[in-house]
Design a binder for this molecule. Sequence first.
Ligand SMILES: C[S@@+](CC[C@H](N)C(=O)[O-])C[C@H]1O[C@@H](n2cnc3c(N)ncnc32)[C@H](O)[C@@H]1O
Length: 252
Amino acid sequence: MRKFVNEKDFVLLLAENEKYLVKVGNKKLNTNSGYINLKNLVGKKYGEKVTTHIGKKFVIVEPCLIDFMKKKLKRIPQIVSPKDASLILAYTGIRQNSVVLDAGSGSGFLAIFLAYYLPDGRIITYEKRKEYVEVVERNVKTLGLNNIEVRNRDIIEDGFDEKDIDLITLDMKDAEKVVKHAYKSLKHGGWLVIYSPYIEQVLKVKKEIQKRNFTDVKVVESIVREWKVEKYTRPSTLGIMHTGFLTFARKV
Ligand SMILES: C[S@@+](CC[C@H](N)C(=O)[O-])C[C@H]1O[C@@H](n2cnc3c(N)ncnc32)[C@H](O)[C@@H]1O
């Protein structure tokens, strides 16, 4: 059944060559092709069209995670991109009701990605900088997620309190110093995944993993190449070539 647009909703207004992610409660949206009075969207059905004052039509669409990530969430440090975050789901085969620990939170992109795709799960993300905790809280509120908690803690100093954890994700400086805490908190069969921008960190992390009873250890890099498919077809000359390495390990 189609949903109706509510005053508190974010909606995506979509046309072939233009799109806008807006909160319906705002007053007016100026597009490249005229303005739309956003109050007029309340009560319309998703999938219906709305017209600007000069006649351009937009379809009203329920936004999804990628729309928020591109347009509405605040970013501070380097984030884990969806192409890398999705590999975590694919390679661990994590269940939807899993409990996940994450550190450091940064802007919360990885934690939010996991919370969004594990709706029956629980994600606890740790960040040592108070000002970043506030950014993550704001990003979580924008998406309306209720299965994610942000905690202000130095995870190298204080470790995790939780036990019997399905997945622990680390994306932070000196992540190798957290491997011992992660090992204690994981359940048997639980996964540790470490995101590292540099191979030097991968080597340090691997050394710590090898000291403990982990199996299925592997390091992967996901390289995604866009292609231009026009009159002539070829890979794009522009794009992000390297993001980071993912080290996977499963507690025996
Ligand atoms: C690259 S960012 C993480 C980005 C995050 N994964 C995302 O997708 O938005 C690294 C974060 O780790 C935090 N951090 C570094 N050392 C930490 C520690 N010992 N305990 C908790 N957080 C830490 C930093 O403050 C920074 O915000």
